[in-house]
Design a protein around this ligand. Structure first.
Ligand code: 5GP
Length: 217
């Protein structure tokens, strides 16, 4: 089977990194594209594993010389997929998983139109679940949190552009679905049954949560 680029997106706290890790743990034929970012490392994040942590000047330099397949700003920081990462994984005969936000996903779909890529948007089961994950992470300032919640509203509106939309209400189920999609998707519906209502409810609850988030100093 020809290796494909697998684009995974979800609002921050949506659980896509957990899903990606689980898929990678069980499939030697899948590789993870390590992104570059200008945001500072969170506790425990290693350079070259979670991300390549770059200064703004270095990120800008690499962008100028065309090292990025895509890049986008998110919550005030730059993120980008290095062409070298994706090429390395595909050349080794493995599928390349990209955990990226929606603007970058558009750029990747343009560079690798389906069937060279498959895009999957992961919806949280509820805003409460998303807030809980963001809270557990404990690394967001009140301003950062509010920014991420506002951004999440815009992001879920993009879900309709993806090849597949999954609800992350059960980790094992979501991992299995992503794996089946990579293998050609037999049996995985492209949208959850109640897609439109679900999106509306999430957008409404997110907007409310962003409005209620505590103000920063
Ligand atoms: P975080 O700061 O929480 O690790 O990531 C913030 C957002 O940036 C997430 O939605 C994540 O998927 C996205 N992201 C991570 N790497 C990249 C990348 O290389 N390109 C783009 N466009 N987004 C990325």
């Amino acid at each position: 089977m020809k290796p494909v680029v697998v684009v995974l997106s979800a609002p921050s706290g949506g659980g896509k990194t957990t899903i990606a890790r689980a898929v990678l743990a069980e499939r030697p034929d899948v590789g993870y594209s390590v992104s570059a970012t200008t945001r500072p490392p969170r506790p425990g994040e290693q350079d070259g594993q979670a991300y390549y942590f770059l200064s703004r000047a270095e990120f800008e330099r690499r962008r100028r010389v065309g090292e990025f397949l895509e890049s986008a700003q998110y919550a005030g920081e730059w993120y980008g997929t290095l062409r070298s990462e994706v090429d390395r994984i595909l050349r080794s005969g493995r599928h390349a998983v990209l955990d990226i936000e929606v603007k970058g996903a558009r750029q990747v779909r343009a560079a690798y139109p389906p069937p060279a890529s498959v895009s999957i948007f992961i919806l949280p089961p509820s805003v409460a679940a998303l807030l809980e994950r963001l809270g557990q992470r404990g690394s967001e300032s009140p301003d950062g949190l509010r920014r991420r919640l506002r951004r999440a509203v815009e992001e879920i509106r993009e879900a309709a552009r993806y090849d597949y939309v999954l609800v992350n209400d059960d980790l094992a189920g979501a991992v299995q679905a992503v794996s089946a999609i990579i293998d050609g998707s037999a049996g995985v519906p492209r949208r959850p049954a109640d897609f439109e209502q679900r999106l509306d409810a999430l957008a409404r609850d997110l907007a409310q949560a962003a409005g209620n988030a505590p103000r920063g100093a």
